[in-house]
Design a protein around this ligand. Structure first.
Ligand code: BTN
Length: 316
């Protein structure tokens, strides 16, 4: 950790009380001037730090700056999670892929303030302006297969819904398989990717990428009919991230079951939908979501089909 993050961690632990500059200087084996410079740099980053005469430095209110310390504070559990914060990146899923190739243990989280080449499902791009939440959680899996991937994707959607409900008081819904909506507008997209082991040919690591439009993120007019933004009144993003990651790890590790919650939040169950398979579009009714997150649909002739990939449209 750098001196700046060491100082921030101490101020964060003592939020609301002053921490002596000379004590920090002694503890980190630097001059008081070094502490003063690091404090100024933290202030320039936007942290709300005040100098209290004869007492030291005090972190006052929470800011919306993404920090590893802030995210850790929002986590409900003390897992082995390595947190990487970036002010700007092409895609956090790409960063996570690179970190996997360098070797992973436990969970690795990459979070960015902005993405320049955010990726969505089906090769689409994901608009990722500054101020939203763009995060990827990477971890190793034992011989994962496609049904695990679908279930993980479904679990991420529930993890986001629960966090939004807890911190914003709104009840999001899920369009199969993993788009999260509020009032008919998409607030979150999820892209789950598997990395295969060259030798076994099986999936050895998974990356769950989550893009949540929130806070100050500016959405262009042409998207404002379909894209929604939550949390305009400013719950710090670190809290959301901590909450989402905690929910997600509970689901990944099987500590909490989520599929019934997923079904309750479904925007599609009981509705007429269309899907495309082998280039042919068919109409059906969305009947059930199975344990793995697959969608069972019933055609008008009574036949049923289990959808495990692709996208559906809800017919109005
Ligand atoms: C979709 O709606 O099609 C999925 C969008 C997934 C976007 C997230 S943002 C964080 C991570 N990095 C990416 O490039 N994509 C995912």
């Amino acid at each position: 950790m750098s001196l700046k993050s060491d100082i921030f961690e101490i101020l964060e632990q003592n939020r609301g009380s002053a921490v002596s500059g000379s004590e920090m200087a002694e503890r980190f084996n630097v001059t008081r001037n070094g502490i003063w410079k690091a404090i100024n740099s933290l202030k320039n980053d936007g942290h709300n730090i005040v100098t209290v005469s004869r007492q030291g430095y005090c972190l006052t209110s929470e800011s919306d700056i993404l920090t590893a310390v802030g995210i850790k504070r929002g986590l409900r559990r003390n897992d082995d999670i390595k947190i990487n914060i970036l002010s700007e990146t092409s895609s956090t899923n790409n960063d996570a892929k690179r970190l996997i190739s360098e070797g992973l243990s436990g969970y690795t989280l990459v979070v960015a303030d902005k993405q320049t080449l955010g990726r969505g499902r089906m090769g689409r791009s994901f608009f990722s302006p500054e101020g939203g939440i763009y995060m990827s959680l990477a971890f190793g899996v034992d011989g994962g297969n496609i049904s695990n991937a679908l279930r993980l994707t479904a679990s991420a959607a529930v993890a986001v819904c629960l966090a939004v409900e807890k911190l914003c008081g709104e009840k999001p819904q899920i369009k199969w398989v993993n788009d999260v909506f509020i009032d008919g507008k998409k607030i979150c997209g999820i892209l789950t990717e598997g990395i295969s082991d060259f030798e076994t040919g099986r999936i050895s690591s998974v990356i769950i990428g989550i893009g949540l439009n929130c806070g100050n993120a500016k959405i262009p007019d042409e998207l404002s009919e379909i894209v929604g933004v939550i949390n305009r009144n400013g719950v710090p993003r670190c809290k959301f991230i901590g909450e989402i990651v905690s929910n997600l790890i509970d689901f990944i590790e099987g500590k909490v079951e989520f599929i019934e919650d997923y079904r309750d939040r479904s925007l599609v169950l009981g509705k007429k939908i269309s899907y495309t398979k082998n280039g042919i579009e068919r109409l059906a009714t969305a009947e059930h979501v199975d344990y793995d997150g697959g969608l069972i649909v019933r055609h008008d002739d009574g036949s049923t089909l289990l959808l495990s990939t692709g996208e559906i449209s809800v017919r109005v």
